[in-house]
Design a protein around this ligand. Structure first.
Ligand SMILES: C[S@@+](CC[C@H](N)C(=O)[O-])C[C@H]1O[C@@H](n2cnc3c(N)ncnc32)[C@H](O)[C@@H]1O
Length: 390
């Protein structure tokens, strides 16, 4: 169904929690486009005839660094094969105007990120793609190649589809275990969540990718089904690859400049965060109602990114803790002040320009989400100071 983040997959009925994970989609390898990550490179299904010039183009690239260019060539080739499934599936793929990938962003859109490093990275990626197209799609290239991507825009679109939709997985086909990059129809309609209710699994006996619901997961009719695209990554990495970001990414990071530190266990208990750093989660059972709305991924990210100390059973001294918390808040205010616009202004700009290109909107949301994240951490540090007394 169409949702706030493009197409998404939604539950058509209530799902009761089961003890075991259960399959909700099965996609056979024959419908996928896959390419192995290492030499000798292979692709499934076997659609490129040896001797076709696209084979040589793919062969001339490096598997380790050019997985996306390679898969884009395979995708463009599939569109050109008479009767290939991807000719039909193409109707479900976002067009250049609908795809959020920053590969398709204009230079001015990249400036809207308010993140010069990310903007430069994306410009380099665009340059790399255009140079690749120019190198292989020159005027003397055979027609068999030319018609796959008549202009650079077509190639950039294919690359943005690959970047924003391909998965990397280890799959077993017969006796062969391979790391592959794959485009999987239908499964590529699942949106990302940091708390997903589904996951992907390769079933080797009949070469199927399964989408499964987590064991013990309850899902209500109409709720979105989601998977986790990547764990442990900051918003800039999500932007680079997929063109979206989140204000509650539990893996976002702040580089604090002050030397202040707060007491880790006190912070965790102030917000009922349980688990080890890699698996911090909000323990809802310990929290009172109001807190359930406050504690989100950003508060969890704070537990990882705030400079903290712990020293056996040495208890924190409240006045020292409060001073440290205030210093860290100051750092956050400083970082906010360095942006040319505030979060309120960003929100106004977004509200006032519903017709802006999708990449421009994604860029503005990215800088807005960064500010919302900093503001949330300031609030969490405020609450931390209040709760320290108890
Ligand atoms: C694999 S596709 C998912 C299906 C896609 N929504 C569509 O319309 O076909 C990945 C793209 O979906 C969007 N997306 C996925 N998860 C998202 C999220 N949590 N927030 C915002 N956009 C998301 C981004 O545009 C991303 O590039």
């Amino acid at each position: 169904m169409e949702g706030p983040n493009g197409f998404g997959v939604y539950a058509s009925k209530d799902v009761e929690p089961l003890r075991r994970a259960r399959v909700i989609m099965e996609i056979p390898i024959e419908l996928m486009l896959t390419m192995s990550q290492k030499l000798p490179w292979m692709f499934f299904p076997d659609i490129i005839p040896v001797g076709h010039p696209i084979f040589d183009i793919i062969n001339s690239t490096k598997p380790e660094t050019d997985w996306d260019l390679r898969l884009a060539c395979l995708l463009l080739y599939a569109f050109d094969v008479e009767g290939n499934f991807w000719q039909l599936y193409g109707d479900f793929l976002p067009s250049s105007e609908e795809c959020t990938s920053l590969i398709l962003a204009h230079k001015d859109d990249l400036l809207e990120l308010q993140d010069p490093n990310l903007a430069t990275k994306m410009e380099e990626q665009q340059k790399r793609a255009i140079e690749f197209w120019e190198k292989h799609w020159h005027s003397t290239a055979p027609l068999k190649i030319k018609r796959l991507a008549r202009d650079a825009e077509r190639f950039l679109w294919a690359l943005s589809i690959v970047q924003s939709r391909a998965l990397a997985m280890q799959i077993r086909v017969g006796a062969l275990v391979q790391d592959v990059n794959m485009l999987v129809p239908y499964a590529d309609m699942l949106n990302h969540s940091f708390q997903p209710n589904c996951f992907l699994h390769w079933r080797f006996k009949d070469r199927m990718l399964e989408v499964m619901i987590n064991a013990g997961q309850r899902i209500k009719k109409g709720e979105e089904m989601t998977i986790n695209y990547m764990s442990g990554q900051k918003n800039n990495i999500f932007m680079e690859r997929y063109g979206f970001s989140s204000p509650t990414n539990p893996w976002d990071v702040i580089n604090f400049s002050s030397n202040a530190k707060i007491h880790l266990d006190s912070y965790l208990s102030a917000f009922n965060i349980s688990g080890l750093p890699e698996e911090f989660y909000h323990n809802v059972l310990l929290s009172k109602g109001e807190d359930n709305n406050f504690v989100d991924g950003a508060v969890i990210a704070a537990a990882r990114t705030l400079p903290t100390w712990s020293d056996g059973d040495v208890p924190p001294v409240p006045s020292v803790e409060r001073k440290s918390a205030r210093e860290l808040q100051e750092d956050c205010y400083q970082l906010l002040a360095e942006f040319p616009t505030t979060s309120e202004q960003d929100q106004q700009i977004l509200d006032a320009s519903p017709d802006a290109s999708i990449t421009r909107q994604a860029a503005i949301k990215y800088r807005l989400n960064r500010k919302l994240f900093l503001e949330k951490i300031i609030k969490a540090l405020e609450l931390y100071q209040e709760r320290l007394l108890f």
